[in-house]
Every structure is written in structure tokens, then in C-alpha cells.
Design a protein around this ligand. Sequence first.
Ligand code: TNX
Length: 539
Amino acid sequence: MRQRSTFPRLLGPLLLLAAGLSTLGAAGPTGTPGAPAPGTPRPLGAIVPAPASVTPGGAPYTLTRATAVRLGTDDPETRGIGGYLAALLRPSTGYPLPVVDADAARGGILLRLSQRSAALGEEGYELRAGSGGVTLTAHRPAGLFRGVQTLRQQLPAAVEKRTVQPGPWRIAGGTVTDFPRYAYRGAMLDVSRHFFTVDQVKRYIDQLALYKVNKLHLHLSDDQGWRIAVDSWPRLATYGGSTQVGGGPGGHYTKDDYKEIVRYAASRYQEVVPEIDLPGHTNAALASYAELNCDGVAPPLYTGTNVGFSSLCVPKEITYAFVDDVIRELAALTPGRYLHIGGDEAHSTSHADYTAFMDRVQPLVARYGKTVIGWHQLTGARPADGALAQYWGLDRSSAAEKEQVAAAGRNGTGVILSPADRAYLDMKYTKDTKLGLAWAGYVEVQRSYDWDPATLLPGLPPSAVAGVEAPLWTETISESAHIDQMAFPRLPGIAELGWSPASTHDWEAYRHRLAAQGPRLDNLGIDFHRSPQVPWAAE
Ligand code: TNX
């Protein structure tokens, strides 16, 4: 048996490569070459994102009709995670999978919190599988939830089906010890260019959960639509939210809708990061309230896809009363730490006005208890203490623009990396992709995955990298099926960059692990882009 000390740097990629290759077609003990033996469990660690440390060994665990989900703690969050796990597994296994106190049963799947596991951090976990059962140990409930996603991916893809399947339901023996590389691992959905219902957002949250994403950034306002109710400025939502790109009916979230999204995201251990894009990208607000315009005249609603033509009126005092009200109400609805104030493409705002605006608005975010996130143009003003800047430049962006962001990073501004020519999920894969835009170039799966957040920006200290985020802008995206096509399979790659240690980064190994996700995505009803760069598996 291969033994590994704690978190070795070099063995990881080797084992993962081996794991990836064996899913591809090494013969199982009794199988024909090219196909694993029936019932052979997926090699431990052959999942996305790659775990930090994998020690395969010992007999697999087989779920049976007698398997229980056992709780080693009376913490209610752990009980909720046990319920979530059982609900995931019941439809396809057909097993009852009762959720019980640890001492009410033996073996099965044990979820436990351990004070002694502080080294695993907020989201780390250990999974031990052997013939007698599976034990998931974490320091915090979020770690158990992430571990449940690992357990899920170790089971055959058929586990994702919603009707009873034959099994067998085996999990390879051994130990996974795992924790994230970065604390910020996000996905953004633009609900402004096209509106998406609460149920559509929940569907995306569930998809993100499978890949251990922990931030859901909602782009709630833009020129084409204002999507969140604000009691003190009601026309923002009722009028400003009444259309979208192409002229459809648009829509907005009531405060209860938004709270439901926040609650659902929290149940998947995702923090909602709401964005109100300021001072540009504000036509919907300017159309709703004439007094917000410098000339006092409200423009018409906008249903096109141009950017950079709108700006709040920086010299007018009412602008700050407006922003104060919006930030106060949104902060009160948001339990998360962050409030994103946009700040991109303010092409209709002078540099002096932009800086003056950000100097006044960032303290409002702090006043209501939140930390500022802004698109990286914020680094051209004076980012507040503790602010994060979200970089969306390209390889071909100027050295000066990159240096501005790197310098902010050296001065203490954290950076979220969303390079548009790699992490933008709205970019076409190739010239033949029907949906999406191409201003940042075509982004196939390898390009999207094959970069290192620690070295992308020259001169940015690796310690300034807060994490990564994959934004999905929706000028051309109006249905869940479109989200599926554009996010999959690129989103899992960005999620892996955020989670997995750099030592596991390897395109060859990754594309095989990703290939094994194909049947799982199929079974989840996700019609993903069948990239020719990935040797998609049939299971
Ligand atoms: C740039 S990225 C934008 C968005 C567009 C997107 C389309 C950023 C901060 N601004 O307004 O929707 O490109 O890809």
C-alpha cells in the first residue's frame, strides 16, 4: 500500500495522474482491457476539484439497504447536512438511509465535528472509507458539506439520477484530507441583462455546490434592469426592473425572494455577494428617477447591449442619499461580509468624478457593516482599507493596467481573479458557439483551466490573491439551458483553481478527471458543451 505523510507536495500529482489514467481505461482486476471491472469504485481522489491529499488503500465501502447516515454531534447544522446527503442518495439507491444519532447504528456514513481538527480550517474535511463504513470529519459544518460533495463524486455517476438504479454503490477505500487553496471561490450570475427567477438561481446554486464554490455573486443592477426591491426608492424595481435585453418583461426580486436566495445559498454553504454597479451601468436607476440625472431628465429604459453610456450625477447631493438608502437596505438583507459596488466601465464619468464618488461611497459600505468589493478599476481610485478588487483584464491588457492592480495588491488590497480571457463564462468556446460574446477571445476548456492564480498578474504578491471567480454575463443568456452550456464544463475548472493546491495542477490529468464528470452532468440534466479537448467518458 502506498503510504503518504501529511500533505506531500510531489506525490499528489502522481497519484492523481494515476487515478485519472485508471478511470480512462486501465483494466480492473477481472475486467477487459479498456474498461474497469463492473462495480470497481472510482479511484479515490479522481474528482473535481482535486483533493489536497489522497491516500488510497484498503477495501471499499459498499452502501446497502441497511446503511444509515450517523451524526456524531447534536449540532443542528450537521443534522441538516446529514439530511441533505440522505436526500441526495435516496432516489437513485432506493435505500431508506435514515439520519440517526451515531450510537443508534453502526458503520454506515458517520458525520462528525472534531475540536482537534482545527488544522482543517473552515472548509476542510477528512474522509476515511473502508469496508466498515465512511467517516467524514471536519472542524466546521462547512467542511462536512464540502466533504459530502467528495463522497458524492466518489460514487458512480448514476447516483445523480432521480430513479432507482442497480448500483453497486461503492466508495474506494482510503483517506482524503482536503481543504481549499483560497477562501474566495466564486461564481457570478448577471440577473440584470436577463432576469432569472429564484428557482433558476437555486438550480445554479446546486450546480455550484458540487464543485465546492462558496460565493454566489449576484449582479443585481445594470443599464437594462434593476432587480432588487428597495423600499425607499420603489420605482427602481417596479419600473427599472420592468424589462431586459431584447425587451422582454424582466423582473425583480422582492425582499422575501432575495432572502430565500440567501437562505438557500447558505444551506449549500455559499455566501451571497450582492452587487449594485455604480456609478456607471445605472441607466435603469436613472430612468426610474429623473432627479438622479444631472439634467433632471429621465432617459428611457434600455434593452440593448452597449456599455459605458450611463453615470450617476457625481456632483449632486441626492446621489449620495440614494446610494446610502440602497446600500443600507441591501446590507440589512445580506448576512455575508461583502457588498460589491461595481465601478467598471464608468466611461461617462471623469476620472476626478470617479475618484470623488468612490471616496464617498466606500465609507457607506463600511457604515453598514460590509466590506467593499469593486471591479479592478477601483484600484485607479483609492480602495478602502480591506477592500477587494476583482480583476477582469486579459493577457493582452496593458502592463500599466496590470501594474495598477498589482500595486494595489502590494498595498493591502486583496484581489479576486476573473481574467476575462479565461474565467468569463460568457465567452464563446470557439467561433461556432451559438451563445456568448467574443470580445475577450474564444475560451475553450483548456484555456479556461490552464493558468495559475498565484502568477497570473506580474508583481502581485501571491498572498494578495483572495481567490477566483467565474462571472457569467447574460447579454445572450436567457434560460437555464444557456447557463448550463456556458458554465459547463468551464466552471468546474475555475472552481478547481480556487480549491486545489497548485501541486495538483496538470491539464492532462485534469481533462481525464473532468471527462468522468460528463455522465454526472448528464444525469443532473445539465446539457454541457462537449468540448473536443476532453475525452468524455460513458459510464
Ligand atoms: C464587461 S466585466 C463588463 C460587463 C459585460 C461583459 C460582457 C465588467 C466588469 N463589465 O458589463 O456584461 O463585459 O462580457
